[in-house]
Write a protein of this length. Structure first.
Length: 1077
């Protein structure tokens, strides 16, 4: 009978009747793996979302059909059960009777699960032994789908689940074999388990015992040494004391391997700890670091410092619980570091020295007696003790901190672990800062760890999920993961904020909770009776901390709260009047914190500081009325001034550094811009704020362009424009004044990148008089460049040349040679598109020379790209390839997504011209991915056309049809006739290849004769027409078809006709230049 063997426990290995099967698409393998593991019927929508999460419904449905056809081609019919709605594999049950003709699917994952559930096989072997034999490697080892985050997340959980089952099975086999005296088998199982989980310390010890029990002491010690080396390399920690003690016994020859040997259990450690409320979540790194510091003889006073609600108390309690855990690694050979006890002292309500002494005495069960002062009696009781004192919530006793030093001096074996919102300022104090839990996607995450893997692996998400399940046992985080992550981001990983938010899960959805937090922080409250008053709301946390500040500190903090995303020392001084000493005081009191400098990230003079977002929001509420407006005004003026100074770096070598500076201050820059817009709207267009907007606009616009944030740029400049003028004025053909005219130009720059060419012309058409009257010649030159560049894209080369030459003259007249290179570049494109390659080349070469002289890498990349296109269009593909490769490398260096997309697209074009179709497809696909992501529709259309042409030449007609149809529609949407005509030329190639020669002939003639066609499209169509004439002269028949393609027919009519034909028939980018200087 036909048999399909699906093996996914390891690298995918698929056999059809014992013959290996390969698939041309990784998605086909992924789909089979999903169907095999999930073992059920699945809707097509579910599978589309799994494998093509970024695609729209139509494209994903087509991709699924294509993937199913690949599976059918490779395997033949009958292996999948499908209808219009659902898809599944045949029943993989291998136990039922089958006819000789009936197909059977054998799945290793199905057998693995079945065998693990079987206690014993007919031959007497444990089911687990047969199951582990199937496990070649991790589930789908070495396999991934980089373009499907949903599949990767599913793959991650399945891989971990199968690995967990495998580890459990091997641990069971190790234990059973060892108990039965089959040490050789036990050693084999243990070694295999450690290959999967080499840091599993209990198995390391088991293997050492097994080896020593066979007399292989050297092998046992080698196993210990290798484990210790791995721990040191990967975690920077030594083996536990229990493992080290076992190694010492084996090394000394005193290890007794006989099962009757009885190990001495040390007595319990004295303590006053209450029953723990569960393991601390997401703090593994902090806990290990705290253990390491407490193990250091030099560290006797360790303060956990951090804002309220960060989980300092929970961390301290967990450390205490670890030290009194009876299953810990202490023994006679490894004595406990605190044999006289671990004691927790709650100080939240203690506010005097006398009460502090009494609280410590009560914790260690000391009864005062006699006439000696209580402190003397306490000191006497502690002086010979090896003890850990945990003093919780010490901040209100900061003035009494010297008593801690006095106790430590009198008791050499004593150590103190303190939790406090402010440092104790003692010489012996070691500080440990406690920040929020790790949150997915937070660029300035203040957590101490940043785990990889899925979002569910982040401590903040785990904490929310755990707390939510306590209240609603049916809560599942996966379906609402986006909302859970939003909650965690809104509270910046603060554990208290997360717990308060999770407390609402019975009444509200996760999305509604996030909305409520965003609208009102006072939403985060609890009425739980066992929660301290200071932690029953976030406002209570803030008030408790704020009361610890002096009036001056409170006033400065309120002004600092105006900042967004942090601030530099210089900015704090200019905006908030904060001295370095004042900043240090606020750091000591956990109101602000020093930011860790990231590699290469500019922090500004004096370093950078952060405020937890919740503290910041409460802090800025302290400023009201005129005081708030004044503080916001100073903030806005500072950042507008910063942008104005940085604007001189545009189109120069310093541009990258300036952009990095803006990146580090972007939250502040946007906040300043929005405040200025609101101020203009409040006070009118004559306000001083309008001048500040104009000062900030050029460099803000440049940043948004370079970072491909065009939609955001449109929103910001539209907001400013509507505030600067009445709504009726913004729609009038002539702007009211030079300032509003300038804002129109900066908005037009963002729209140009989005291929909104008609809007660009509408905004810039009549701005020259008001701009020149306002002495804004530079902005006037930019407006001319925009109009000329838009006309190039729309195919109106005569108008473009006039505008671009005037732009070039204006830039040169005002002495800005760097900016003039934009006009040189655009003129080169205008001539090149018309086939005037020799005339275009000097413009590019002058642009390239100027960029190289200035050290402006972005300009060099742009010029090289366009020179490459010039040579490619002239037929010199080898020279073009040289230019493209250098341009691509420089584009990567610059990191600008649009530049990278253009370079990749042109590499695809030249690869196609050189006959390397597979490579061309890869380049186009990668470029298409970027252009879609950043919303640049012109390059999306161009990439679709180039990819479609490549597929036509490669014979993949069905896929080419849908791609070209999309390219046509996009080109029409953005009004780019040259791109639409080029797509029509490619559609002609496709129709000709599928036998529709008459339609193709008419299309080629239309494109060849159209005045807006680019030269390379005209040349290609003329070549095709010439070849067709030769065919007709030879007497070969040409199919007749009727389609309106006379050159005077509107291009939109032609696009409609060809689009309909491509969609109905389902039949199966050339080198470009970029004007994004």
């Amino acid at each position: 009978m036909p048999t399909l063997s699906l093996n996914f426990l390891g690298p995918p290995h698929i056999l059809l009747d014992d013959t290996p099967v390969t698939f041309e698409s990784r998605k086909a393998v992924a789909l089979l793996a999903y169907l095999a593991v999930m073992d059920d019927r699945h809707t097509r929508s579910e599978l589309m979302l799994l494998l093509w999460p970024e695609s729209d419904n139509k494209r994903a449905r087509g991709a699924l059909r294509y993937t199913l056809s690949i599976i059918k081609t490779a395997l033949g019919d009958g292996w999948l059960v499908m209808d219009r709605q659902q898809i599944s594999l045949l029943d993989p049950d291998e136990t039922r009777e089958r006819t000789e003709e009936e197909r059977i699917i054998s799945s290793d994952v199905h057998r693995f699960r079945s065998l693990l559930a079987t206690r014993a096989l007919p031959d007497g072997r444990p089911g687990a032994a047969a199951a582990t034999a199937l496990y070649r490697d991790d589930f789908l080892a070495g396999f991934s789908l980089r373009d499907s985050v949903n599949f990767e997340e599913w793959h991650f959980f399945q891989r971990e689940d199968f690995r967990h089952q495998m580890v459990g099975a091997l641990a069971e086999l190790t234990e059973k074999a060892g108990s039965a005296g089959n040490t050789a088998s036990a050693i084999g199982h243990a070694r295999r388990l450690l290959q999967l989980d080499p840091l599993r310390e209990d198995i390391q010890r088991s293997l050492m015992r097994l080896l020593a029990g066979r007399g292989q002491n050297a092998a046992a010690l080698q196993q210990f040494d290798e484990f210790a080396r791995r721990l040191d390399q990967e975690l920077g920690v030594p083996p536990s004391s229990a493992t080290a003690a076992l190694a010492a016994q084996i090394r000394a020859g005193t290890y007794n391997a006989h099962p009757e040997a009885i190990l001495h259990t040390p007595p319990p450690v004295p303590n006053n700890l209450s029953t723990p409320m569960g393991q601390v979540i997401g703090r593994e790194t902090e806990l290990q670091a705290l253990r390491d510091r407490l193990a250091d003889d030099e560290c006797r006073l360790l303060t956990l410092i951090g804002a309220g609600g960060m989980g300092k108390t929970r961390l301290a309690r967990q450390i205490a619980a670890d030290y009194v855990d009876p299953s810990g690694s202490w023994s006679e050979s490894v004595p406990h570091p605190f044999p006289d006890g671990v004691y927790f002292v709650a100080l939240a309500t203690i506010e005097s020295r006398a009460l502090l002494i009494g609280a410590i005495a009560a914790a260690i069960d000391l009864q005062f007696a006699g006439s000696d002062p209580p402190q003397t009696q306490l000191t006497s009781a502690l002086q010979s003790q090896q003890m850990l004192l945990i003093l919780d919530n010490f901040e209100q006793l900061a003035g009494e901190a010297p008593i801690v030093s006095e106790l430590l001096a009198a008791a050499p074996g004593l150590k103190a672990l303190i939790t406090s919102r402010e440092r104790l300022k003692l010489y012996a104090e070691w500080l440990f800062e406690v920040a929020g839990l790790a949150v997915p996607g937070m660029e300035s995450n203040m957590a101490s760890e940043d785990p990889g893997g899925t979002r569910l692996s982040f401590g903040s998400v785990q904490l929310f999920s755990q707390r939510a399940r306590r209240i609603n046992p049916g809560f599942q985080p996966e379906p609402v993961m986006d909302d859970v992550v939003r909650i965690c981001r809104l509270v910046q990983g603060m554990p208290l904020g997360i717990e308060l938010a999770a407390g609402w899960i019975r009444l509200l959805s996760a999305g509604a909770i996030a909305d409520q937090i965003q609208a009102n922080l006072d939403f985060l409250v609890t009425e739980l009776q066992d929660v301290p008053q200071r932690h029953r709301s976030l406002r209570a946390v803030y008030r408790y901390s704020s009361r610890r500040l002096t009036d001056q500190e409170r006033a400065v903090f309120a002004r600092l709260a105006i900042f967004r995303g942090g601030f530099t020392r210089e900015a704090a001084g200019e905006v908030a009047g904060a001295t370095q000493l004042m900043l240090a005081r606020l750091v000591d009191k956990s109101m602000i914190q020093r930011a860790a400098r990231e590699s290469g990230a500019p922090t500004g003079p004096g370093g950078r500081y952060l405020i937890h977002e919740l503290l910041r929001q409460f802090g800025q509420e302290e400023l009201t009325g005129a005081a708030r407006r004044a503080a916001c005004g100073v903030h806005a003026r500072y950042f507008a001034g910063m942008l104005q100074k940085l604007a001189t770096a545009r189109w120069r070598s310093e541009e990258g550094e300036a952009l990095a500076r803006i990146e580090s201050e972007l939250d502040n820059v946007i906040a300043a811009w929005e405040w200025l817009v609101d101020e203009v709207r409040r006070a009118g267009p004559t306000a001083d704020a309008l001048d500040l907007l104009l000062a900030a606009a050029p460099m803000l616009g440049c940043f948004l362009q370079r970072r491909s944030r065009f939609e955001e740029g449109c929103d910001l400049f539209r907001g400013a424009l509507s505030a600067a003028a009445d709504a009726s004025i913004t729609d009038e053909p002539i702007p009211a004044n030079g300032l509003t005219a300038a804002l129109r130009v900066y908005l037009a720059e963002q729209l140009f990148a989005l291929s909104e060419f008609e809007q660009v012309l509408d905004l810039c058409r009549n701005v020259q008089p008001p701009l020149r009257a306002a002495n804004l010649a530079h902005t006037a030159a930019e407006a001319l460049w925009l109009c000329g560049s838009a006309h190039v894209r729309m195919g109106d080369y005569a108008a473009a040349e006039v505008e671009l030459r005037e732009s070039l003259e204006t830039f040169r007249m005002i002495g800005d040679e760097a900016a003039s290179t934009r006009a040189l570049n655009a003129l080169g494109i205008a001539y090149s598109n018309q086939g005037k390659y020799a005339q275009a080349r000097p413009f590019y070469e002058e642009f390239l020379a100027a960029a190289r002289d200035a050290g402006y890498l972005r300009g060099v990349a742009n010029a090289l790209n366009n020179l490459g296109s010039n040579y490619a269009r002239a037929g010199d593909h080898d020279q073009a390839l040289t230019f493209y490769r250098e341009s691509y490398q420089l584009s990567l260096q610059c990191g600008e997504q649009l530049l990278i997309a253009v370079a990749l697209s042109n590499l695809g074009s030249v690869s196609r011209a050189l006959g390397e179709h597979k490579q061309a497809q890869r380049y186009y696909t990668e470029s298409l991915k970027i252009s879609r992501a950043i919303g640049v529709r012109r390059w999306t259309s161009a990439n679709l056309n180039g990819l479609g042409l490549t597929l036509v030449e490669a014979g993949a007609y069905a896929e080419a049809g849908s791609i070209l149809a999309e390219s046509l529609l996009l080109a029409r949407e953005i009004g780019s006739k040259p791109d639409a005509l080029e797509a029509l030329a490619t559609a002609g190639d496709l129709l000709a290849a599928t036998g529709q020669l008459e339609v193709a002939q008419r299309l080629w003639r239309y494109v060849a004769e159209h005045p807006n066609s680019m030269s390379q499209a005209q040349h290609r169509c003329r070549q095709q027409l010439a070849a067709l004439s030769v065919q007709e002269a030879a007497g070969e028949p040409v199919e007749q078809d009727v389609i309106e393609t006379d050159s005077n027919v509107e291009i939109d009519v032609i696009i409609d006709q060809i689009y309909a034909r491509l969609e109905r028939d389902d039949p199966g980018g050339d080198n470009r230049e970029t004007n994004n200087a």
